[in-house]
Design a protein around this ligand. Structure first.
Ligand code: GZL
Length: 333
């Protein structure tokens, strides 16, 4: 008869302890498998994919999101995509695998999101778009959009210029620094501005090129504009940072920004507002980056299965030089 392997008492106790530990670790492993979904403490896990850190606006937006997550008691998983769509898609897939409760992101460009958004939908993870939107025809792929009306921002910039140049007798040559190619704010600010300046046929955009929303990009492209165009009367930059980069090129070319060349930008971050107060910029259409608190409120609502509006637009204004001087001391970003 085969000798049964038996364990003496100390061995048996060790075996019992090992099995208890094993069961415990499997349970713990199960939790880690869920990666970060609602834990027993009921904390919501939000996976956020950020565009990058390309501008003062983006930095302020990231700070707003991180601070608001802490204040809301939401566990934030944050990824900086360095302005690459493939990095955002990778991050969203990671969040799906980790089974987070909610996914939010600012899509660097409008197109190319349907596949990954469908994966999130199939995984039953609600998605919130913040800041920038997508051109997906299937609106069921995300719960809501929280951000600005970029067409309006472009239109307000154009309307101010039309008013400023209404007595111009000859052509007013405009150069345009566009945001990131394919990005909603770039497409829409360009559209809104063009629609507004059509009111005065003297106003002509003689050159328009992307500076990728960065200071370096703004400086580099403005240098090219100045070399190629002897008469530039106006610069419309899709964000402050490109306008601030362009200031360097304009000054280096021996021209006085704000006087020889009228400069209009969007965002109203602190450095842009300082340039406006100093007379180097002439007008700014605000675009608020402070989306964090509203985002966290929306994350809780969609996680709870509550209905939320399809689109939530942020309150924004515009600034002249005098208004910038008044607003600067209390500027949050
Ligand atoms: C606008 C945002 C834009 C800002 C830029 O909501 O997406 O991206 O205008 C930023 O400053 O880089």
């Amino acid at each position: 008869m085969r000798k049964m392997r038996t364990h003496s008492a100390p061995w048996r106790a060790a075996a019992v302890l090992a099995s208890v530990l094993l069961v415990g670790s499997v349970a713990a492993c199960g939790n880690s498998d869920t990666g970060g979904g609602s834990k027993d403490d009921g904390k919501i896990t939000l996976g956020f994919s950020q565009v990058g850190a390309e501008s003062g606006w983006r930095t302020a937006n990231t700070t707003s999101i991180k601070d608001a997550a802490t204040a809301a008691g939401i566990e934030l998983k944050f990824d900086d995509a360095q302005q690459k769509q493939e990095n955002q898609i990778k991050a969203i897939r990671n969040y799906i695998q980790q089974k987070v409760d909610v996914i939010a992101f600012s899509p660097v460009v409008e197109s190319g999101w349907d596949t990954v958004l469908k994966e999130a939908k199939d995984a039953d993870i609600p998605v919130i778009l913040t800041d920038r939107s997508v051109d997906s025809a299937d609106k069921s792929l995300y719960k809501t959009f929280l951000g600005s009306d970029f067409i309006k921002e472009g239109r307000l910039a154009g309307e101010w210029l039309v008013e400023q140049k209404k007595t111009a007798s000859g052509p007013v040559n405009i150069v345009e620094l566009q945001g990131t190619t394919g990005a909603a704010p770039a497409n829409d600010r360009k559209k809104g501005f063009a629609e507004a300046i059509a009111a005065n046929p003297n106003l002509k955009v003689i050159a328009s090129q992307t500076g990728d929303f960065t200071r370096a990009g703004g400086k580099q492209v403005m240098e090219q504009f100045l070399k190629a165009n002897p008469k530039i009367d106006v610069l419309f930059a899709h964000n402050d940072d490109m306008g601030l980069g362009a200031l360097e090129a304009i000054t280096a070319a021996g021209k006085v920004p704000g006087k020889d060349i009228t400069i209009i930008t969007v965002d109203a971050v602190k450095d842009g507002m300082q340039a406006l107060a100093d007379g180097k910029f002439n007008f700014i259409a605000e675009c608020s980056p402070l989306l964090g608190p509203q985002l966290m409120d929306l994350a809780k609502k969609v996680h709870a299965g509550e209905e939320v509006p399809a689109r939530i637009e942020t309150e924004e204004t515009t600034f002249t030089q005098e208004q910038a001087k008044e607003a600067l001391p209390n500027r949050k970003y």
